[in-house]
Design a protein around this ligand. Sequence first.
Ligand SMILES: C[C@@](CO)(OP(=O)(O)O)[C@H](O)COP(=O)(O)OP(=O)(O)OC[C@H]1O[C@@H](n2ccc(N)nc2=O)[C@H](O)[C@@H]1O
Ligand SMILES: Nc1ncnc2c1ncn2[C@@H]1O[C@H](COP(=O)(O)OP(=O)(O)O)[C@@H](O)[C@H]1O
Length: 305
Amino acid sequence: MTADSGLDGFVLTRMAAAKINLALHVVGQRADGHHLLESLVTFADAGDRIGISPDTDDRFTVSGPFAEDVPLSGDNLVLRARDLLRRHQTEHGAEAPPVHIHLEKNLPVASGIGGGSADAAATLQGLMALWKADPGADERLAMALKLGADVPMCLDGRPLISSGIGETLAALKTFPAFPMLLVNPRRAVSTPVIFRTLVNKTNSPMPSLDDARTTLEWLNAMQAMRNDLEPPARALEPSIAAVSAALSDTGPRLVRMSGSGATCFALYATDAERDAAAVRLSQRHPGWYVLACHSAAGGTNDSQG
Ligand SMILES: C[C@@](CO)(OP(=O)(O)O)[C@H](O)COP(=O)(O)OP(=O)(O)OC[C@H]1O[C@@H](n2ccc(N)nc2=O)[C@H](O)[C@@H]1O
Ligand SMILES: Nc1ncnc2c1ncn2[C@@H]1O[C@H](COP(=O)(O)OP(=O)(O)O)[C@@H](O)[C@H]1O
């Protein structure tokens, strides 16, 4: 396992898109301690990248700006996904020959935008294609959940509403794309710690989103929603308040923290407004991670208005 330069020459490449919890309501807790969530989720048109090629032995290499922050051991979600799918193949008498997997780590680690989950999902998808593996929908969901609560939604990759701990997914019939900024203060935040410090485990559910059609209707609906993990994350990591305030100063339509933090997102009316905000924030806060991108559109509505 060594550092490597890039993805040129790989037989197969996959994007592992950043996941954004546009809203996240914690509505209960299971007997096993896992929290029951309702979340409005979309994906960025940017993220990590995975390359896979057949090889004589299994290999794993990592490059990219956040390569040093990911475990290179078997704990890496890329390797856990590979090993899980291989076990499934072996149990079904199917082939799972050695592969070289390369991870281009572009997303900050432990940042609330599901980089590891997206990497696991992209690895499963890539290896299913390479090994011609077809576990079926139920087994695929079970494997994804074994890797993490966010992995099923990352496999889906479209704007959706998730519930349970992330096992129930409902794709959105319409959802607008937005010019979006993702900003992280480069402070890792631990998901289990945030869940543990959350005081109120039973909060009001998300409102019905059945009537939202236009961009304005979606924005109004999202403004009335919350991220219940934001208060405990702000208490643990004060730089989240600074990121959120700096984003709010740039005239966006919505600012909120994603997942368990610390990344905050801002949605803008136009690419030009987003780009001006990105320049301003990068100049004022050179230590922050600032990514200008678009969020994915759902269904047939790809309006950017
Ligand atoms: C909070 C969310 C929102 O999308 O995202 P991130 O902040 O991680 O991006 C997810 O629920 C995170 O999912 P994921 O990152 O896959 O978490 P997992 O590895 O399954 O769980 C890590 C730990 O977080 C806690 N956990 C996770 C999910 C959940 N619904 N309830 C929990 O209490 C548990 O202590 C668990 O052991
Ligand atoms: N491929 C990977 N990318 C990022 N983190 C990984 C990966 N594999 C394992 N991890 C571990 O998973 C944890 C959560 O990372 P990540 O998925 O980036 O968090 P989040 O979902 O909060 O953005 C980290 O503690 C990290 O060490």
